[in-house]
Design a protein. Structure first.
Length: 164
């Protein structure tokens, strides 16, 4: 099957951020590209679940936002998660509006993301109304990061490690 780029995808995608926003876009701009993901979830009953997956990040909306696609497990296996995030920098709050949606699992959340030291912290609410905190840690130029999710005030529900 031959795939052609539709006018919609051409209008959505962008080569990079506009000059007037480039510095502000650095917080998430380093994610642009494709990543492999290994996920470990620690459940309340002590069960540990592990999955692999893939993530793809790109500039959208004239480079004023970053959109990604998270797929678990890696294709071509049947998906257990297939969602997208839209990250939009807002100079008015000096932070990022983050909107996640996984239609397969009817899961969505809204968060605000900001730098916290060398980490990135995202705070918000999920589709159940629970407060959430995502922390990107161990960010390095070698493209290896740690990602932890925490629902407040509960304990850590999951950790992920992604490698390009």
């Amino acid at each position: 099957m031959t795939m052609t780029i539709s006018p919609f995808l051409t209008a959505l995608g962008s080569e990079g951020p506009p000059a007037d926003r480039a510095k502000d876009m650095d917080l998430y701009g380093w994610l642009i590209g494709s990543w492999e993901m290994d996920t470990v979830h620690y459940l309340d009953d002590g069960t540990i679940q592990k999955w692999d997956g893939e993530c793809h990040f790109g500039w959208v909306l004239e480079g004023r936002a970053i959109q990604d696609v998270w797929i678990r497990p890696k294709r071509p296996a049947p998906s257990t998660m297939y969602g997208t995030t839209l990250r939009i920098f807002d100079p008015g709050i000096d932070g990022w509006h983050i909107i996640w949606n996984d239609p397969l699992n009817r899961d969505h959340s809204r968060q605000i993301g900001r730098a916290e030291g060398k980490d990135i912290v995202q705070l918000g609410n999920d589709s159940r109304g629970l407060k959430t905190r995502w922390r990107f840690t161990e960010i390095t130029a070698t493209a290896s990061i740690g990602l932890a999710r925490k629902d407040l005030p509960r304990a850590i529900l999951g950790k992920s490690r992604m490698n390009i």
